[in-house]
Design a protein around this ligand. Structure first.
Ligand code: DGT
Ligand code: CA
Ligand code: CA
Ligand code: ZN
Length: 582
C-alpha cells in the first residue's frame, strides 16, 4: 500500500465518520493524518516497522499509528469496514460527486435511507431534496447537474490510473501458485485515452479445474484494495476497487488464452467485423476458440497470432482494433508500420524551475540523456502565465543563454533553447517577435480565455499559426480529460493553415491532456500536418509519460514519417523553422 492509497482510506473514513455524526475532533484527526501521509516523502510501508519514525510525522499519534498497523496487517480498517456495512459501500461513490459533502449525504440518509447515486438522482427529480432542512430548489438543480457530470465522466479513469491499478493487481495475482500468466485486455490494452473498467485475463494450472478456479477466485476476493464484489461465477469475478474502478478478472485454460485475449481486447466493433469474416470463411469465433463451423473442431485459440493468421490477416496491433479499416488493410498487407517509442529521438516540451517546473536545466538534460534521447528542448512559460512565473522578453533572453551555456557543458545530447509562449486572446504571441526569432523552437499555446466564440478562437489560432516564429501549437485543444472540455474551434481550418505554414501540431503525452487525440491526429495526417510527441515534463519523472502519447499516435495509425521528433537533430531543427522533410 503506497501513501496515496493509505491517505484515500483515511479520507474516506473521515467522511464516513462525519456522515455518522461522530465528534469533529476524531474526524479531524483522520483528515490531518491523511494529509500528512499524502505529503510525506518517505513511504509509510518502509517505516511501519519502526513506530518511532511513524510517530515523528506531524499529525500522527498513537491511535493513528495503531490504525496504520492494522491497515498493513489486515489490508483494511475495521472502523471503515463497519461504517461501510452500516451505510453500504455505494456511499463512497456518492462522496465523489462535486459539491455533495458528508453533511448533505448524512441529511439525505437520515431522511430517506438512500445512499447510492441513482437513488439520490431519483429523489432530486421527485423534488424531495428541496424539502430537506437548509436545502432549496437551487441546491436540487445543482445536485442534478453534478450527478449528470459525474455520470458523464465519473465512470471513466485516466489511462495512467488504470495502468497503475492493473500493475498492482497483477503483482498480487502473481503470488497465487496456480496462476502463471496475467494480462490486461480491453480498452487499456488498446491504449484508449480513458478506461471504463479493467479487464484482466489470467491463465495457469489453477484455471484448468473447477476447484483450482474457485481457489483462485477466493484469492482475488481477498485483494486488499477491493471494496465490494459485484458478481462471482465459475471463471469470472467482477468487483469494485476503493478507487471506484470496476474490474473483471477472467480465468481461462491455456488453450483458450489467445482467443480470450482477442475477444476481451475488443473493441466490440472490431470483434463483430472479425466474427463476420470468420463466418464467411466457414469458422465460428468466440472467447474460447476459432473453430470449424460444421464440426465445431477448434483450429486456433492458444495465441492471437494464430487466430489472425487462420483468418488470412496480418497481425493487427491492439491499438488499431477499432474497425476503422484495419481488417481490410491486414488482408491487403498494407497495415502501416506504427511509430514506436524507440523511434523518438527527443522530447521538446519541458519546463524548469525558472517557471513552474521542479528541476533545473541540467537535471532535465541529464534525465533526457539517460533515456537515450539525442536532443531535447527547454520551453518555459511566458509572462501571461503569471502564476507560473512566466518569462518576459528580458528573462526569456537570459534563459536561452543559460540553456545554451548548459548545452556546451553537457555532452551526448543537444539542448534546444525554446519557449512555450502564450497565445493571447487576440491571437498575438506573448513575447516580441525579435525575441521569439532567437529561439530554436517556439511552442505557441492557449492557456487563458478558453470560452471564446468558436469563430473567434479559430481566428486566434490561425493568427498564431501565421506568425513566422511559431514552430508548433502546444496541446492544441486545451482539454483536461475528465475535468475540462476542449475549447471550441474549426479544426479543419486550423489544420489547413498548419499544413500551409508548415507549423506542427503537438501530441501532448500528459495523461489528462493527450491532445491532439486519436481522431484529430488522423485528421491532421489527412491534411499533411506533422506531429511532435512531447511530455510537457515539469519534473524529470514526467518524461516516462511519453508512452501514453506514443499509444495515441499508434491508435491514429501514425508512422515515423508523420512525427517530426523521430528526425535526427539537424533535420528536426530545420523542421522547427518550417522546413519539413523526412
Ligand atoms: P471500456 O471498459 O468502456 O473502457 O471499454 P472496453 O473495450 O474495455 O469494453 P468492455 O470492458 O465492456 O469489454 C471488454 C471487451 O470485451 C470489449 O472491448 C470487446 C469484448 N466485448 C464486450 N462485449 C461484447 C459483445 O457484446 N460482443 C463482442 N463481440 N465483444 C464484446
Ligand atoms: Ca474494459
Ligand atoms: Ca469489462
Ligand atoms: Zn502548456
Amino acid at each position: 500500500m503506497d501513501n496515496k492509497s493509505i491517505a484515500t482510506v483515511l479520507y474516506e473514513t473521515a467522511d464516513l465518520l462525519e456522515i455518522d455524526g461522530q465528534d469533529s475532533f476524531r474526524i479531524r484527526s483522520y483528515r490531518n493524518a491523511a494529509q500528512a501521509i499524502e505529503n510525506h516523502s518517505e513511504q509509510i510501508k518502509d517505516i511501519i516497522a519502526d513506530p518511532k519514525k511513524v510517530l515523528a510525522i506531524p499529525g500522527i499519534g498513537k491511535g493513528m499509528l495503531q490504525n496504520l498497523q492494522e491497515l498493513f496487517k489486515d489490508g483494511r480498517l475495521a472502523v471503515q469496514a463497519q461504517l461501510l456495512e452500516k451505510y453500504h459501500p455505494s456511499m463512497l461513490q456518492l462522496l465523489k460527486i462535486q459539491g455533495l459533502g458528508p453533511k448533505t449525504i448524512a441529511l439525505i440518509w437520515s431522511a430517506y435511507k438512500v445512499s447510492d447515486v441513482d437513488g439520490v438522482e431519483k429523489l432530486a427529480r421527485e423534488g424531495k431534496i428541496r424539502e430537506l432542512p437548509r436545502m432549496g430548489e437551487k441546491h436540487e438543480q445543482k445536485l442534478l447537474k453534478a450527478i449528470a457530470d459525474y455520470k458523464r465522466i465519473g465512470g471513466r479513469f485516466l489511462i495512467d490510473a488504470a495502468e497503475t491499478e492493473a500493475a498492482k493487481l497483477t503483482e498480487y495475482l502473481d503470488k497465487f501458485p496456480g496462476i502463471e500468466k496475467i494480462t490486461p485486455a480491453g480498452s487499456l490494452r488498446r491504449g484508449r485515452e480513458t478506461v471504463g473498467d479493467l479487464d484482466i485475463l489470467v491463465t495457469g494450472k489453477a484455471c484448468t479445474t473447477e476447484e483450482g478456479r474457485q481457489e483462485a477466485i477466493a484469492h482475488v476476493a481477498k485483494y486488499p484494495a477491493l471494496m465490494d464484489v459485484i458478481a462471482s461465477g465459475d471463471n469470472k469475478i467482477s468487483f469494485r476497487l476503493r478507487t471506484g474502478m470496476q474490474v473483471d478478472v477472467r480465468l481461462l485454460p491455456p488453450d483458450s488464452f489467445g482467443a480470450a485475449m482477442q475477444y476481451f481486447t475488443g473493441s466490440k466493433a472490431h470483434n463483430v467485423a472479425l466474427r463476420q469474416r470468420a463466418l464467411k470463411m466457414g469458422y465460428t469465433l468466440n472467447e474460447y476458440s476459432l473453430a470449424k463451423l460444421d464440426t465445431e473442431k477448434p483450429v486456433a485459440g492458444k495465441t492471437e497470432e494464430e487466430i489472425y493468421a487462420k483468418l488470412k490477416l496480418d497481425y493487427i496491433p491492439p491499438e488499431m482494433r477499432e474497425n476503422l479499416g484495419e481488417i481490410d488493410a491486414a488482408q491487403a498487407h498494407t497495415l502501416p508500420p506504427l511509430i514506436e517509442q524507440s523511434d523518438l529521438q527527443g522530447d521538446v516540451h519541458m519546463h524548469t524551475v525558472e517557471t513552474d517546473g521542479r528541476n533545473t536545466i541540467e537535471e532535465m538534460a541529464e534525465a533526457a540523456k539517460a533515456r537515450g534521447y539525442k536532443y531535447m528542448a527547454i520551453t518555459d512559460h511566458s509572462k501571461n502565465l503569471a502564476f507560473a512565473n512566466g518569462l518576459d522578453d528580458q528573462r526569456a533572453l537570459a534563459h536561452i543563454k543559460r540553456i545554451r551555456d548548459t548545452g556546451k557543458k553537457i555532452d551526448g545530447i543537444k539542448i534546444f533553447a525554446g519557449i512555450e509562449v502564450d497565445i493571447l486572446a487576440d491571437g498575438d504571441l506573448d513575447l516580441s517577435d525579435d525575441v521569439l526569432a532567437q529561439m530554436d523552437i517556439v511552442i505557441a499555446s492557449v492557456h487563458s480565455v478558453f470560452n471564446q466564440e468558436p469563430a473567434k478562437m479559430t481566428d486566434r489560432l490561425l493568427k498564431a499559426i501565421s506568425n513566422p516564429n511559431t514552430s508548433l501549437i502546444g496541446h492544441p485543444t486545451g482539454r483536461i480529460q475528465l475535468r475540462r472540455d476542449a475549447y471550441q474551434f474549426d479544426m479543419h481550418a486550423v489544420l489547413s493553415a498548419a499544413a500551409q505554414h508548415k507549423v506542427a501540431m503537438e501530441l501532448n503525452s500528459y495523461p489528462d491532456r493527450l491532445d491532439l487525440n486519436d481522431v484529430h491526429l488522423r485528421q491532421a495526417k489527412q491534411h499533411g500536418v506533422k506531429i511532435v510527441i512531447n511530455t510537457d515534463a515539469h519534473h524529470t519523472s514526467h518524461m516516462e509519460k511519453i508512452r501514453y502519447g506514443v499509444l495515441q499516435a499508434r491508435r491514429a495509425w501514425l508512422t515515423k514519417d508523420d512525427v517530426l521528433n523521430s528526425l535526427p537533430a539537424p533535420k528536426f531543427a530545420r523542421a522547427m523553422k518550417h522546413e519539413w522533410s523526412h
